[in-house]
Design a protein around this ligand. Structure first.
Ligand SMILES: Cc1ncc(C[n+]2csc(CCOP(=O)(O)OP(=O)(O)O)c2C)c(N)n1
Length: 932
């Protein structure tokens, strides 16, 4: 008989059996041996019948179908309780508390707000119909608190104490058994195993809370109405971070990378990260006008580096990453930074650097980038061995209530998808919060998984200090106005425990106040700094040597097909790679993919590590790269032939990661990586350049502006396939115009190379350049393998990256027309111009658009007196480089420049191939007739 059939025929016991079976699936030990045997027998039978996977009748989800709906359970259960044994009801109860006890936990410090929860009956003891007699009996307890048996009454008390106190733990969704059982045991036994902080630590926590409180009070009185995004209502975070760092120190953590938004940031900077108070106040006084490099940023976005010494004398380096206003955008950046630090320790060592992300409740549930980042936790290219997440859950987002901001019960619910344990903690219970964070660090260290602490608290003021929150949340704010501060509550607790007196607390507060006052005095007695600092300054590229000796190129060519004897890639692929190798060895034309392999290989000889990531980058979207090969016999085996260059004397290595299908998350990660590791060439490639706008926040807030705002430099390369080939509106344009619009102060480099040699030298220039700035490259699709875009080996050996390429097609060296252009359209019109005998044209290709190569351009147009000047592009007039370059050309040439290209358009490209071809033909014909 199938289990499903049994359930169908199970009549009124159906729900009960289903529940037992659920319990059995969680852990077979949780059900009585006779039930265990019973389920095992049926499983075996189903396996034999081959129905386990086919019919999925053993799946929980299937069982749900048989399980009575919530409102029917109470009807089913009384009937069962009459027939079933006490022990089975006890197991059911334990399971209910482990699964759903958090719903009854006392985690909300506010009475006027409600945590939206389903009405679950089985965490109510009356549900189990225990008689007076039964309550006194000894029962088995499914290993609860590591014990075999309990008196039922005591068991019920303990279940409440463990699962329904000020921490509500969600952990039963963790499928990895060892991790699940570890956390279960740690949580159930916490009161016996060091839950309470010792008196020294309790006092230290009180100090931290008082520091946090006094700091906010001082700012409140000194800078009335200034935005500071106070931490008040969530001061518990400060001792939590302190405990977290202590615990991290014990677990061999040497570096912590912190990312957080505005809420409480100044407080954390002052009281955790240790930014000098004077510096913080300077920012309040806005004295930075004189000192800030670049544009600077508002005070609550700035980062800081410092050193934290644990009680046992261990030094931990802290890096609080600067972040933009865009909530949660910092998440992947912090992960990338942490990964870069971890990689610097050597392969696989994820323990020494720990990422910590502090979130807001509304942003955590609302911003998609949160999930994109959570999804990294186990991926080889992106894991950081687990992240500690702390949510400052003040139960409001600006003026929006949770009921308006999420469909889930908790703001953390999506984190269950990555099997992270979630601790919902009452922010007014300082010790509970400290235990949670300690346990979280231990869990991360053991299981390399993310952990989430959802700190339920409140926000004392409005969204910022100028807002009146009672316009929109009058009842909540009436309650908050009457609340005792966390400092007061904790002081009372420690006073009642006899650890400290009220007078000592007041004395301590005064001494901290004095410290803050002194910082003000110090600040105001200092004269303002004199000279304003320059902005970041024009990017002037002092090109390193990028040509590569033929011998080295040959070594790299040989490596392209160098894989172990027992590793057999697809035979067709071997032929392609052999052909690539032969082309290089024989000195034939080098296509794009080969030039890229040669650039990468040569950089390995220069000691540069390469990290390439993006969707399907290992093969390449257009099947042009094949940098990492897959064994034809065992798909799990992968091999990167270029890494065999190590044996030839190369000292760098290359890592290639097919990324998740995410743009913002992955680009953010690579940005973070590249901001920390300036010695590696870090490349993110878009599947098609069009998709990069999914990462617009990362491009706008980090790639283009991080140096101006925060002096945070990155050498990230964005490879963006771009070009009009009739593939429709979403496979044509990387939106070159957007990048050009973002360029100023030498913040980054935007290039559109037209040959494989140019691409080769560009990559090498980027990697070898000392001063790092991001590089955006429009890369080809249809020209990946064409002769037109291929180069000779000599160009790789001797050449360099030319920002401008010129061709004089005039018969007498006195061209009548100047045709300026960039990128792929050159390959469409140049052959026709070259064929036409009647043209007298000079073509100038801008291979680098920004920084504008003014002197190189001047050089090629010197003494030129053209009759007409044209700019040719294939993008519509409101897109591409036109609006950027037109004023520059006009300034350089002192003349009007005529536009040839598609008219302005709302959409990037047509969806019709025929229409595309017609449009493309028209552009070329217009040009030919204009210059004929
Ligand atoms: C991506 C983004 N959208 C909108 C905003 C504007 N904004 C700033 S704070 C805030 C509310 C944030 O609520 P929550 O995440 O709960 O943090 P809290 O301010 O309550 O600490 C909003 C909507 C923003 N900064 N970033």
């Amino acid at each position: 008989m199938k289990i499903s059939k049994l359930f169908n025929e199970g009549g009124q016991n159906l729900g009960y059996i289903a529940e037992l079976y659920k319990l059995y699936l969680t852990d077979p030990e949780l059900v009585e041996p006779r039930w265990r045997e019973f389920f095992q027998t049926f499983e075996k039978e189903e396996e034999k019948n081959g129905t386990v996977n086919g019919s999925s009748s053993l799946q929980i989800s299937n069982l749900e179908a048989f399980y009575p709906r919530e409102d029917k359970r109470s009807e089913v259960f009384p009937a069962i309780s009459e027939v079933s044994a006490l022990q089975e009801r006890v197991y059911r109860m334990i399971s209910a508390f482990r699964n759903r006890g958090h719903l009854k936990a006392n985690i909300n410090p506010l009475a006027t707000t409600e945590i939206p929860k389903a009405n679950i009956k089985d965490i109510d003891i009356s549900f189990y119909n225990f008689s007076e007699e039964e309550l006194k009996q000894e029962v088995r307890c499914a290993n609860f608190q590591n014990k075999k048996t309990f008196i039922l009454n005591q068991l019920i008390d303990e279940l409440h104490k463990v699962y329904c106190s000020t921490i509500g733990l969600e952990f039963t969704h963790i499928l990895e058994e060892e991790a699940r059982l570890w956390i279960q045991q740690a949580f159930e036994c916490r009161f016996e195993n060091g839950y309470r902080l010792d008196s020294t630590w309790r006092l230290r926590c009180l100090q931290k809370i008082l520091d946090a409180e006094v700091f906010e009070n001082m700012l409140h009185t000194k800078y009335i109405g200034h935005k500071r995004f106070s931490l008040e209502g969530a001061e518990t975070v400060i001792p939590m971070l302190d405990v977290m760092l202590q615990e991290a120190g014990k677990k061999d953590v040497e570096k912590v990378v912190l990312g957080m938004a505005h809420r409480g940031r100044l407080n954390i900077l002052a009281n955790t990260v240790g930014k000098p108070l004077e510096e913080i106040f300077t920012e309040f006084e806005d004295q930075g006008e004189q000192t800030v490099l670049g544009s600077g940023d508002v005070k609550y976005h700035l980062g800081f580096r410092s050193k934290y010494i644990t009680q046992s004398g261990k030094l931990i380096e802290l890096l609080l990453a600067p972040n933009p206003s865009h909530l949660e955008a910092i998440n992947p950046v912090v992960e990338g930074m942490a990964r870069a630090i971890q990689d610097s320790y050597g392969e696989g060592d994820k323990k020494k650097a720990m990422p910590v992300l502090i979130h807001g409740d509304a942003a955590f549930v609302g911003q998609g980038i949160v999930y994109e980042t959570l999804n990294f936790y186990k991926l080889p290219g992106y894991t950081t061995g687990g992240t500690i997440h702390i949510i400052i859950n003040n139960q409001i987002g600006f003026t929006t209530n949770p009921s308006e901001g999420r469909s889930t019960s908790y703001c953390t619910d999506m984190a269950k998808g990555i099997e992270a344990p979630v601790y919902h903690v009452n922010g007014e219970d300082v010790e509970a919060a400290c235990w949670a964070v300690k346990n979280a660090v231990e869990f991360r260290n053991r299981f390399n998984r993310d952990v989430i602490i959802d700190l339920y608290c409140y926000r004392k003021y409005g969204h910022n200090e100028g807002d009146d929150p009672s316009f929109t949340q009058p009842a909540i704010y009436r309650e908050i106005a009457d609340k005792e501060s966390i400092g007061t509550i904790f002081t009372k607790q420690l006073v009642s425990e006899g650890l400290i007196t009220e007078e000592e607390v007041e004395e301590y507060k005064s001494s901290y106040k004095e410290k803050v006052e002194n910082a003000f005095i110090e600040l105001n007695s200092k004269p303002l700094p004199g000279e304003a600092c320059p902005i970041i300054g024009k990017l002037r590229v002092y090109p390193p040597k990028t040509g590569v000796e033929k011998d080295q190129l040959k070594k790299i060519a040989n490596a392209i097909t160098n894989f172990p004897e027992n590793f057999k890639p697809h035979t067709k692929l071997v032929k392609i790679l052999e052909k690539r190798k032969e082309a290089i060895l024989k000195g034939d034309l080098i296509e794009w993919g080969a030039a890229e392999a040669l650039a990468f290989g040569s950089l390995l000889f220069d000691g540069v590590n390469i990290r390439l990531s993006g969707e399907d980058v290992a093969r390449g979207t257009f099947s042009h790269r094949h940098i990492q090969l897959v064994s034809n016999e065992d798909e799990r085996q992968r091999f990167i032939p270029l890494n065999t260059l190590l044996k030839e004397g190369a000292t760098g290595h290359i890592e290639v990661y097919n990324s998740p299908l995410s743009e913002a998350g992955v680009m953010g990660f690579e940005f973070g990586y590249s901001a920390i590791d300036h010695n590696s060439l870090v490349i993110w490639e878009a599947q098609f350049g069009d998709f990069a706008n999914g990462a617009q926040v990362i491009i706008d807030q980090f790639v283009s502006s991080s140096e101006a705002k925060w002096q945070l430099r990155s050498g990230l390369v964005l490879l963006l396939p771009h070009g009009y080939e009739g593939q429709g509106p979403e496979h044509s344009s990387a939106r070159l115009e957007r990048y050009l619009q973002l360029c100023a102060d030498g913040n980054m480099c935007v290039c559109y190379p037209t040959t494989s040699a140019q691409y080769f030298h560009l990559l090498r220039r980027q990697a070898l350049q000392k001063v790092k700035r991001p590089l955006v490259v429009m890369t080809p699709k249809s020209h990946l393998r064409t002769k037109a875009a291929s180069s000779s080996i000599l160009e790789l050996e001797k050449g360099k990256f030319s920002t401008v390429l010129e061709e004089d097609l005039s018969p007498d060296g006195k061209p009548k027309y100047l045709v300026c252009t960039t990128g792929k359209i050159y390959h469409d019109f140049a052959p026709l111009l070259k064929e036409s005998k009647s043209t007298s044209v000079k073509i100038v290709r801008f291979e680098q658009l920004y920084p504008f190569p003014d002197s190189e351009f001047r050089e090629v147009v010197r003494e030129l007196m053209p009759r007409n000047i044209f700019w040719v592009q294939e993008e519509p007039q409101n897109m591409g480089a036109w609006h950027y370059i037109e004023p520059l050309l006009r300034k350089e040439l002192g003349r009007e420049v005529a536009y040839i290209g598609r008219p302005a358009s709302a959409s990037t490209a047509t969806g019709s191939l025929k229409r595309h071809l017609k449009e493309q033909k028209e552009i070329v014909e217009t040009l030919i007739s204009a210059v004929s």
